[in-house]
Structures are given as C-alpha cells and as structure tokens.
Design a protein around this ligand. Structure first.
Ligand SMILES: [Zn+2]
Length: 444
C-alpha cells in the first residue's frame, strides 16, 4: 500500500510501525451543531481507510476525539465560544449541549454506515492529562505563562515548525489570520491554556496557571498519544487542518517527546456545494440528515468515492446521480448470476487501485463494470470495503406490506395509490423496478 504523505509531499510505501496493527487518529467534531457534508466527507474517507486496512488483515486502533470544551474551536483565539453560544440559545448547560450533539454525531455516522472508531475520547475528561502535558512544555522552555493567566507555545523555540505545511516562520507570521493577542511574544505563538473569562462557571478547570480551559490543538496531541503511543502510524483529517491545527499538534507533541507524532499525515480534499464553499453567510450548508432525505447512504458513499479523496468534491445533482447510477448497476448485477470463480485480473486491478493511495474511482469503475465476473464472496468483500449495505425485502415486513399493496393497486388500475406506495418503499430503502411482468425491489 502507498499513501500520499503531506509531511514528505510524496507517495510512500506504508508499513505499520508494529506488525499486524495500525494506530489511526482522526480529528473529531466540536459538538455544538449537527454534522454537515464537509464532516461526512472526512469521516467517510477515513472509514474507507479503516475498512481497507482491516480487509488487509490489520487490526486498526482508530481514535477520534470529541471536542466538548468549546472555546477555541477555530484558528482565532478569541471571539464567541460556540458551545456557550448554543447553550444560551437553547437555555441549556454547555454539558447538555455537548452531550446532545455528540449523540447526534454518532447517529449521523451510523446512518452513513460508518464503523465507529474504537475510541472516542472527550476533551473534557482529559483536562488533567492536558495540564500535565503543558507543564512539561513549560518546564522544557517551549511554553510561557503570561500575566493574564494564558499559556502560549513559543513557536520560535521549535526550529522545524512549519514542516507539515511547508512554510517558514516569517511566511506564517505575515500570512496568518490569527489576531495577535496582546500578551503573546510572537503573533505565531498559539494558546495551550486560556484563562477563564470573568464570571465563567462551566467548562473551566483549576490549573497551575489559574482557572481556565485548554486550547484546541493541545487536546489532539495529548489524546492521540495517550491512546496510540508517542509515535503512531496515521493521522488524518481534512486539508484545512494542516495549518495551523496539525502543525501545532506536531510542535507540541514533538517538543515533549523528541519523536515524530505520526508517520503518515493524510488529508482529504475540500467539499463544495454547487461550486461554492459551504458557509453560514451563504446559507448553503447541507447537513448529513438533509442529504439522506434525497439519497441513500450507499448512494452518498459511492458518489463521494467516485472522486479521489484528496481532490475537491463538488456536491451537485449531477455528481450525486452518478452515485445513484453506480449503486443501481452494482446492486442489479449482484441480484443476478455471479461467476463461480473470480476473474483474477479484475480482482487484481481493483486491489492495485486501492493500494495506490486509495484510488477509489479506479476501483469502483473496475468493479461496476465487472460485478458478475467476481464470485459472491469477493463481491461481499467489496461491499464491506466500500461500506455498502444491501437490504432485502424478505427482511422487512412493513416493506413487504407496501409492496403487496402496490401490486394490488396496480392490478385494479389505481395508479395514484401505486405511486404512493412506490415512494414509501423508496423511503424504506427500496427502489421499485418494473420489468414487464416482474417487479424487482432493489436495495437503495
Ligand atoms: Zn486534531
């Protein structure tokens, strides 16, 4: 297997650090709202990686954090705390908001047939670990406390800072969007610990630097190492996190251990909606749950995987219809006769494509064209890798009732009722295809 490693800027042969198992860390959500399709793309990409590594016989320790301490949720180090803002809007505590959206997040992952990570640690339950880690950074001279009770990482002390995003300190300072806080030594320094705002009651902790809360970057360095070791195999997320988030994760972790944090850094491309960046001001965000009203999880997965994971993905009707068409093609072929023996040249083509930095479009085209030339077992393996779930009418009593209702309605010429039943069947995950006398209920 070869993966494109952002750190080296090259495709590299992947061999796990410890034979037989892989440590994988992916930055999780800040739980103050529902997941949108940008989140979906990241989680689907790394779900595919997780599934493919398992297919290869590797045990995957997959850790994804839950950012529930709010506060520093983006590159800016000031501004509105998003969890607090939501809590005020809903007249709830911050903890209630965080737990609610965490549960909804898990629900969204499951509805896309994403395998849950093996561990999903919450930042709020690791504050003591984070404090201990910051103390080490202070002791080693990489961090400093200010009069205001903030603790910053001193970027100038880390001579290889910028190695992931491939830029120098001067460039970072001039190009930075970070508002320079008045108590920082350099505008490029970033917060490890923030003093609690006056009157803050929730989500603040005692620390050697006074009451406060941890920065966002530090939680990932601490929790990834706690569960996967000082150096682990793969760190993944979306391309917009390369700088500053991942650059800072590396700086903090490596300042303490002197060892590389992760060996491979994989980044998924952006997601746009009809050619435009998703943004609050454009009101064009699409939530996962909204997309699932128009497309099945299988269709979303296939449409997304028809674009290489590193490329930008544009969510349009045309692109999604390719997902629908491919789902139909594969599932119709699976419902028909399959070869007793797999054509090894086709199998090899699919595996070679996936081995080559997860070239999913190439693999899917090869599979879609040749489903019936693979045997049942190998087709099942591919369904597992791509996370496709087939429903059978025989397993759904309600759908069976709808199907016989529809047939009766058709027989008596009541086409309005027949059409209604057809759309109800679609809602339950079945596409109705009439082929002359025969009707096929195909999984969506
Ligand atoms: Zn992270």
């Amino acid at each position: 297997m070869r993966f494109y490693n952002t750190l080296s800027g090259k495709r590299e042969e992947f061999k796990p650090l410890h034979s037989g198992r892989v440590g994988l860390y992916v930055c999780g959500p800040t739980v103050y709202d529902y997941d949108h399709l940008g989140h979906a793309r990241t989680y689907l990409t790394f779900d595919l990686l997780n599934r493919y590594l398992r297919f290869k016989g590797l045990r995957v320790e997959y850790v994804q954090n839950i950012t529930d301490v709010g506060h520093l949720v983006d590159d800016r180090e000031s501004g509105v705390d998003k969890i607090l803002k939501k809590a005020q809007e809903l007249n709830q505590t911050m903890a209630e908001v965080a737990r609610y959206f965490e549960a909804e997040h898990l629900q969204d992952l499951e509805s896309l047939n994403i395998l849950l990570p093996s561990k999903m640690p919450r930042a709020s339950e690791h504050v003591q670990d984070i404090i201990a880690f910051i103390e080490k950074l202070v002791a080693k001279g990489f961090a400093y406390k200010t009069e205001r009770g903030n603790v910053y990482f001193s970027v100038a002390k880390k001579t290889d800072y910028g190695k992931l995003s491939h830029r120098g300190i001067a460039e970072i300072i001039t190009g930075t969007r970070i508002e320079p806080a008045k108590d920082k030594r350099s505008p490029a320094d970033f917060a490890l610990w923030k003093a609690a705002p006056l009157g803050a009651k929730e989500m603040v902790w005692d620390s050697p630097w006074g009451k406060g809360f941890p920065g966002w970057h530090i939680e990932c360095s601490v929790m990834s190492q706690k569960y996967l070791g000082e150096t682990f195999d793969i760190h993944g997320s979306a391309v917009e996190h390369i700088f500053p988030h991942h650059e800072n994760e590396i700086a903090q972790a490596e300042a303490v251990t002197g060892q590389p944090l992760a060996r491979f850094w994989l980044h998924g491309g952006m997601l746009t909606i009809d050619g435009r960046k998703m943004s609050k001001s454009l009101h064009n965000s699409v939530l996962i749950r909204q997309a699932l009203k128009d497309y099945s999880a299988n269709e979303i997965r296939l449409a997304f995987f028809l674009t290489p994971y590193r490329r930008p993905f544009d969510y349009t009707k045309a692109v999604m219809s390719q997902g629908i068409a491919l789902r139909k093609k594969i599932f119709l072929a699976l419902a028909g006769e399959l070869a007793a023996e797999t054509d090894s040249a086709i199998w090899q083509e699919i595996i070679e494509a996936l081995d080559d930095d997860l070239d999913t479009p190439r693999a899917l085209v090869a599979w879609g064209e040749n489903v019936s030339r693979l045997n049942r077992e190998d087709n099942d393996k591919l369904c597992q890798i791509f996370g496709l779930k087939l429903k059978r009418l025989s397993e759904d009593k309600t759908a069976q009732g709808l199907a016989s209702d529809r047939e009766e309605a058709r027989a008596r010429g009541d086409y309005l009722t027949a059409d209604n039943r057809k759309s109800e069947l679609a809602q339950r995950g079945f596409e109705v295809i009439d082929q002359g006398e025969k009707t096929i209920y195909l999984s969506r």
